[in-house]
Design a protein around this ligand. Structure first.
Ligand SMILES: C[S@@+](CC[C@H](N)C(=O)[O-])C[C@H]1O[C@@H](n2cnc3c(N)ncnc32)[C@H](O)[C@@H]1O
Length: 475
């Protein structure tokens, strides 16, 4: 509606837009056709014109700078609508009845949505959105990778890490947003409409997640499915039967692994751990690749375990399982995509998922070989706890990056942390993360919580990291 109103009050801009845009825009096409038909029928039909002189002909209607027109409350309607209204006998200030009686105001379009009560106005959604669409950046399918600056600080040892953990009071206070008042269906529709890539769904794979991993792998020069050494030579020699070892945690039903197996054919071997239950692996649904080279494991108890990554026994069991099956060398790369439903609590998703994030990071430093890569889903990264976790990875890997693939819905806070090249000597950080997880489990039914894993002053003193993190959050 706003675009149209502006086109009427600024006709030159409207005309220019049409010329610039060589692709035919449906709306303007219709109105052009409408104008032609209308002016033709006008020649045949000489019924009384619209009561406002400035719009009595199409040419006059173009001159919308005239004070009569802009001051009229009907000027928001384009000339075609105004002419149609005039033909039907409408005169400003009069009703449509034979004697000018009846309703004088135009009947408004219904704004009632779904099962919302008639006339209910949602806070933050009333009135026109003040958006100037013409200033929106052109959508682009180019994806740019931004690495954090290289870390020059040494990986900390056990002595340094001893006092880094800070405990505080558990804080789950919700942050309200205007979207909280929308019904689930409305929110889902808006989310779908805001994602230009919604309809690609899973492509040849079992789900959308697989497409995201394909997207990430592509943007990072296939560093996952075709890792290279410092000279740019592939790390695994397929012809000599060398396998690419990968892990996939918080991973059911397994789309990420399906993509990797499709890309590598038979030259890869995967190990996965995910929660048992409805979201377990569905290897029988792998459409694009064979699942024989993928081995699910559920932590303590093996196939009988529960697959919960936050349980320390499962973490240790999974680490041992991976080391035993990779000649004690570890994985070339690990993928982690943990998430659970936070319906109605989306605003505190970051806080609700903090232990999951920690445990996924811990799995990386526990199972990767030196030089190995890691990709993991994150949500908002605003709290000192989350930023501290990112800082720990920054210390342990050659380079890290925060990346939102185009295949990830623009309307959510999901981003992936991509880490390249695990440095040697990250054992102390692994042991430290393990301890933080023990503490989180210990504090579970209390009102206390781990609030920081790296003191804020250490993060702020590392200005390269700090500024990059702040900028990334503000984007
Ligand atoms: C978004 S799905 C992963 C999709 C997957 N990457 C794929 O490609 O199909 C999130 C997964 O995290 C799992 N998850 C959530 N909490 C977990 C936990 N504590 N331990 C292990 N897995 C967990 C869920 O069960 C679910 O399978």
């Amino acid at each position: 509606m706003k675009r149209r109103a502006e086109a009427t009050s600024a006709p030159l801009q409207g005309v220019k837009r049409r010329c610039d845009d060589s692709s035919s825009d449906d709306e303007s096409e219709i109105s052009r056709k409408g104008i032609q038909n209308d002016s033709l029928s006008d020649q045949e039909d000489h019924r009384p014109g619209f009561s406002m002189p400035s719009i009595s002909s199409f040419d006059d209607a173009q001159d919308t700078d005239s004070p009569t027109q802009t001051s009229s409350k009907f000027s928001m309607y384009n000339s075609v609508s105004q002419k149609l209204m005039a033909k039907m006998g409408f005169r400003e200030g009069e009703g449509l009845g034979k004697f000018g009686q009846g309703r004088k105001e135009i009947v408004e379009a219904s704004t009632q949505r779904g099962r919302r009560g008639l006339g209910l106005m949602l806070q933050g959604f009333q009135g026109e959105l003040n958006v100037d669409w013409r200033d929106e950046p052109e959508p682009s399918a180019m994806e740019k990778v931004d690495w954090f600056p290289e870390c020059t600080t040494e990986t900390p040892d056990a002595d340094e890490l001893r006092d880094w953990m800070t405990l505080g009071i558990l804080c789950l206070s919700d942050v309200q947003s205007v979207f909280d008042d929308l019904e689930g269906e409305e929110m889902r529709r808006a989310r779908t409409r805001s994602n230009p890539y919604e309809t690609i769904r899973g492509g040849i794979f079992l789900n959308r997640a697989a497409m995201k991993m394909a997207n990430i792998d592509h943007c990072f020069d296939h560093m996952f499915t075709n890792p290279k050494d410092s000279q740019g030579k592939p790390l695994t020699k397929d012809r000599e039967g060398e396998l690419l070892y990968f892990g996939d945690v918080c991973a059911g039903p397994g789309g990420f692994s399906e993509y990797v197996l499709w890309k590598r054919r038979w030259h890869a071997k995967g190990f996965g751990m995910t929660l048992k239950g409805p979201c377990d692996f569905k290897l029988e649904d792998f459409f694009a690749a064979p699942s024989e080279l993928f081995e699910p494991y559920y932590g303590e108890g093996g196939v009988d375990g529960d697959g919960d990554i936050t349980r320390p026994e499962n973490m240790t069991a999974f680490r041992n399982f991976v080391l035993e099956n990779t000649e004690r060398r570890g994985l070339h790369f690990l993928m982690a995509d943990g998430g659970f439903s936070v319906e109605g609590q989306e605003n505190i998703q970051e806080i609700l998922s903090k232990q999951l994030l920690l445990c996924q990071f811990l799995t990386a430093v526990s199972t990767l070989r030196t030089g190995g890569h890691f990709v993991c889903k994150t949500f908002d990264l605003f709290t000192p706890f989350s930023v501290g976790l990112v800082y720990l990875l920054y210390l342990c890997f050659d380079r890290i990056s925060l990346f939102k693939p185009l295949t990830s819905r623009p309307a959510n806070s999901e981003r992936y942390i991509v880490c390249r090249g695990l440095k040697p000597g990250s054992d102390a950080v692994r042991e430290y993360m393990f301890k933080v997880n023990l503490k989180l489990n210990q504090l579970k039914s209390t009102d206390r919580d781990v609030t920081e894993v790296v003191p804020l002053n250490i993060i702020k003193d590392d200005t390269d990291f700090y500024h990059f993190m702040v900028n990334s959050n503000e984007r």
